[in-house]
Design a protein around this ligand. Structure first.
Ligand SMILES: [Zn+2]
Length: 77
């Protein structure tokens, strides 16, 4: 699974606040994610993060490596 900054993901386990969707703020060896329900920030290792993810809800289409980028910028015109 490919993750990039700005992606919204659903985790298998709910956050204590009741939410289970997170926004990716940083990728790498460690991921920094933000609970989209309460805004809580968490640092988590890539391995733990990948194990905990259920699915990607929305992918960040502004990622330069994403081949759909040209289509998106066309829509914004
Ligand atoms: Zn939360």
């Amino acid at each position: 699974m490919q993750f990039s900054v700005g992606d919204i993901v659903m985790m298998k386990k709910n956050h204590p606040c009741g939410g289970n969707t997170w926004e990716i703020l940083r990728t790498g060896m460690d991921f920094r994610i933000k609970c989209t329900t309460c805004g809580h920030l968490v640092m988590i290792s890539r391995v733990k993060f990948e194990k905990g993810v259920k699915k990607i809800i929305s992918s960040n289409t502004s990622n330069p490596s994403n081949p759909d980028v040209t289509d998106v910028s066309d829509l914004k015109k």
